[in-house]
Design a binder for this molecule. Structure first.
Ligand SMILES: Nc1cc(-c2ccc3ccn(Cc4ccc(CN5CCCC5)cc4)c3c2)n[nH]1
Length: 238
């Protein structure tokens, strides 16, 4: 997969693209992420990217021209990207959308700043995406959240497919099961016996039961949603 990011703050992505699983996936060439400074697509001496809003109001708005120039330049050759714009009030990002986006060969993520982008930029956009009902200072963190969730689903990125298979729960939006590691007892708190038993079938069903129970307790609507979609098996429903 290739992802092109458009932003006025490219430096925000430096650590994200170097560290951890994402950093390895990029350095190994499994995925390609290019961050572009919108300012590099201005044509005036002062490299102006923003301007005051028509109709008045606070703050500044990102001008359409530099963003359109970047889009035109980056889509001259190769596959047309699926274009995301991060917004406070876009479609709520979730695991289902992450799975869908992970299947696209090429993404472009436009990151707004200030009070947002000129409305005409949305004529380039396939999906306006929000990572939650709270207002951040710009679209870069949402872009990193989206890239993190999407890139980890690309085959080979996580390396240990096993942990991806374990995600079959979280891929359905179910909450995770409890995790433990050594020591078997710590400050009087013991690891559940079943996890020390080495009985893989029992461990798997214990984890599934924990995940369903936690989801039912904290997010019953997820269970209802899965029932409606027929994504819960008969034994899972018992
Ligand atoms: N999930 C999530 C995503 C974001 C996000 C994404 C992109 C941008 C670009 C700029 N901002 C800051 C910002 C400040 C003020 C307003 C409210 N103004 C009122 C009148 C016009 C707009 C909106 C937006 C972003 C925020 N936040 N949260």
């Amino acid at each position: 997969m290739r992802i092109d990011v458009l932003t006025v703050l490219p430096g925000l992505f430096d650590c994200f693209l170097k560290e951890g699983v994402i950093g390895k996936a990029i350095s190994s060439g499994k995925v390609e992420v290019k961050v572009h400074n919108i300012r590099d697509f201005t044509t005036d001496k002062h490299r102006v990217v923003d301007d005051v809003p028509y109709g008045g109001g606070p703050g500044m708005v990102l001008k359409p021209e530099p963003i359109f120039r970047a889009y035109d330049e980056l889509t001259k050759e190769g596959e047309k990207p699926y274009v995301l714009l991060t917004e406070p009030w876009g479609e709520k990002f979730n695991q289902e959308m992450a799975v869908e986006l992970s299947k696209k060969p090429r993404l472009m993520i436009i990151c707004g700043r200030y009070e947002g982008v000129d409305e005409r930029v949305k004529s380039l956009v396939d999906r306006e995406v929000s990572i939650g009902d709270y207002v951040l200072t710009g679209g870069e963190l949402p872009a990193m959240v989206i890239m993190d969730a999407v890139l980890r689903l690309i085959p080979g990125v996580l390396g240990n497919l096993e942990s991806l298979r374990a995600d079959s729960f979280s891929d359905r939006g179910l909450l995770g099961y409890p995790n433990y590691t050594r020591p078997a007892e710590f400050r009087g708190m013991k690891v559940p016996e079943v996890l020390l038993s080495g009985h893989h079938k029992k461990i798997e069903s214990w984890r599934k039961e924990q995940s369903l129970r936690k989801t039912l307790e904290r997010r019953p609507e997820i269970i209802e949603n899965l029932k409606r979609k027929g994504l819960l098996t008969k034994e899972e429903l018992e």
